[in-house]
Design a protein around this ligand. Structure first.
Ligand code: TRP
Length: 455
């Protein structure tokens, strides 16, 4: 193998990891799963999950990556032994499934970005009568198909060329821009007539709801936490494998999680006041929540047209830096295991993923079909298998690796391992079980109904 690349700058690794983590998970997925999960009740479980499971889990991927300096499949083989390479197979399937519909949704953002050039968002709103009708019209059919195609070509192109510098640069501009924009818009949302009801729904948890609905909330929070942090399929293993030096991984992990969680939280502060003021039930519209609330927002604020173009464009770029990380894992696997060159691997894998996403441009039910399967099942399964590896198969290696760049952890290293060994593994098993049950319900319920109605 050629000499391995390492990150160009000290912050390059953090930027790339933040670039992977910050994406549609924060802006598109977070507000609608929070809305469906009952608002604040979901938020609380989600934040606990990020801190108690997400943080230990990101460290697991980091130590495996930095220790082995391999792609996820090779890394697991080297770290755990021959049988573990099959876990890499789960990662590849996950990457396939996620990227297929991720690209379709990113295409919707491109579409809304382009619509800003045609007319103001207020003008569109008037023409369609309501934001939901606009969403329905723009996100299914030939246009959605074409933009899925365009987005996938861009992703494949960047991965085929191996432009890592591009990612670093894009993230440096994009993440601060996104934060400034979200803060500005949440200040505006604060002035809306029904902002109070929005904050209450989002921020004031009803423990009764958690007690009654934990079987729905737990798998959804687990899936969302892994999805938004890019965990459970080897992205962070791959990125940490390019670390030349021994850095403080705990500090880096906390920084990445801080940015990612902060951006999602800000999105909620913006979305919920808007939905309540527009009279939209936050639990109802699902994947269209962000588009509906943003159309309302940009129709209302001064300079909304320009802000809308900037917002939708920024999210599309954020999605691109995440999509790249997904395709990079799959591509590096194909390069190493099938032995084809980077260009062929990116085009071949990207092409197959593209085809898997095509049905989702036709009907939104396919987004649910793929999204729920990947998030609540595959990512949780991937994280569970990694937890078994680090917690039970080779714990001391992990602690030793984590201590490089931090120093002697004393009892903390053991605390980390024991947290993984028992509580985290139990939570993941329960989440996975509940996720499977719910998915089976979806398949025999909504999806079966859709099949009856359409075929
Ligand atoms: N984290 C990204 C987002 O929130 C999506 C993503 C990129 C991802 N790479 C991943 C999700 C790997 C799971 C696994 O948009």
């Amino acid at each position: 193998m050629a000499q391995r690349e390492t990150w160009a700058t000290r912050t390059g690794f953090i930027l790339a990891a933040v670039g992977s983590a910050v994406g549609l998970g924060n802006i598109w997925r977070f507000p609608f799963v929070t809305g469906e999960g009952g608002g604040a009740a979901f938020l609380l479980v989600y934040l606990l999950f990020i801190a108690l499971v997400g943080f230990p889990a990101i460290l697991m991927e980091f130590v495996i990556g930095r220790k082995t300096e391999r792609n996820p499949v090779g890394a697991l083989l080297k770290y755990g032994g021959n049988a573990w390479k099959y876990v890499g197979g789960v990662f590849i399937i996950t990457g396939f499934v996620i990227l297929s519909y991720y690209s379709v949704i990113a295409g919707w953002f491109v579409r809304y970005f382009l619509e800003g050039f045609r007319d103001s968002y207020g003008g569109h709103l008037e023409a369609y009568g309501e934001a939901g009708a606009m969403f329905g019209d723009l996100t299914a059919g030939l246009d959605a198909f074409l933009l899925h195609t365009v987005f996938m070509i861009a992703t494949v192109g960047i991965v085929a060329l191996g432009v890592r510098r591009g990612i670093e640069l894009a993230v440096k501009v994009m993440v601060p821009a996104l934060i400034v924009l979200l803060i500005g818009l949440s200040v505006w949302a604060f002035t809306l007539p029904d902002a109070g009801a929005g904050y209450e729904y989002y921020l004031s948890p009803d423990f009764g709801v958690i007690a009654d609905e934990w079987t729905d909330i737990l798998p959804a929070a687990a899936g969302q936490a892994f999805f938004t942090l890019s965990l459970g399929m080897g992205v962070m293993i791959t990125y940490a494998s390019y670390l030349g030096e021994d850095r403080n991984l705990a500090k880096d992990g906390a920084t990445i999680i801080g940015f990612d969680t902060g951006i999602a939280f800000l999105t909620g502060l913006l979305v919920f006041p808007v939905l309540f003021s527009a009279g939209v039930d936050p639990a109802d519209p699902g994947p269209s929540v962000i588009f509906i609330s943003m159309t309302e927002a940009f129709a209302d604020v001064t300079g909304g047209r320009l802000l809308g173009i900037v917002f939708f464009g920024t999210v599309a770029i954020a999605a691109l830096s995440s999509a790249i990380s997904l395709l990079e894992v799959v591509t590096s696997y194909a390069i190493d295991e099938i032995g084809i060159d980077r260009w062929k691997a990116a085009v071949g894998m990207g092409g197959a993923i593209y085809l898997l996403g095509v049905p989702a441009t036709w009907d939104i039910i396919f987004i649910d079909l793929l999204d729920y399967f990947a998030d609540s099942i595959l990512l949780v399964l991937g994280a569970l298998l990694l937890a078994i590896l680090v917690g039970w198969v080779a714990p001391q290696v992990a602690v030793d690796e984590l201590e490089k760049g931090i120093g002697d952890l004393g009892g903390l290293g053991q605390a980390w391992i024991w947290a993984i060994r028992v509580p985290i593994i139990i939570v993941l098993i329960v989440s996975l079980y509940l996720g499977l049950v719910e998915y089976a319900e979806f398949l025999s319920g909504d999806f079966a109904d859709w099949l009856d109605a359409n075929l």
